[in-house]
Design a protein around this ligand. Sequence first.
Ligand code: 6PG
Length: 260
Amino acid sequence: MNRAGQLLIRADGAEVAKEAAALMVDAMQTAIAERGVARVALSGGSTPGPAYNALADARGVDWSKVHWFWVDERCVPADDPRSNFAAAKRDLLDRIGAAASTVHRMRGELPPSAAATTYEATLCAKFGVSRERALDLDADGRAGLSFDLVVAGAGTDGHTASLFPGTGAVGHTSSLVTDVEPGGDLEPRVTLTRPVLVGARRTLVLCRGRLKAPVIRAAREAGDEESIPARLYLDARPGSVTWIADRDAEPRDSIPPMGI
Ligand code: 6PG
């Protein structure tokens, strides 16, 4: 297994969703069998919705043992159409009847830095670790705060989670959660930091559409993380990361310019 992890190419968005849901079920069942609980961090954006819908139809997962967290959140109220929590609630959590006690959202309605510190406290409480020791490694090289599954995406600018290029966010390693000013028209965000993402037991990076081909290619090659934060997955445990893309997003060898 190379550092870039597996890259699965599927025919279209529906097949990406089907594959992602199957791998999510597998990761959750494994976690429940091994540790009695599955802790899953969800992303927003347009790509994961169909996968969440497919997952909601899946059989064989004891939903009472799955705890839901977020990779990142836009700083908007929980019922705002741009809220990542609202999207996951609609596409998945309401459909499976997730108990409120299993849903741990980022509080996008708070001022960004308060939302980040509040979520850090939530993570420590739910994983039963202190903030200071959360990323300490055990004998297996595993941090106390290790998600069983992270569902991530990648933006055309190279961001993943809400670690946007040029903001310094991907270099932020002193906390578990941070707030970010993405710039442009985007609202402030709250996001898991690089060490938390890198430490996940399983990570799926879902991508769709031809605009994603260059970012998949760049993210799977070593280089500057500040310009392509999605490169952080190169540092995850070998075998833990799977990129799932549709055929349009498949990175292809570049075609040499005419005349060469
Ligand atoms: C968000 C996300 C973000 C997303 C990428 C890809 O809140 O927007 O969590 O990191 O995964 O931007 O988004 P698409 O699936 O819309 O391309």
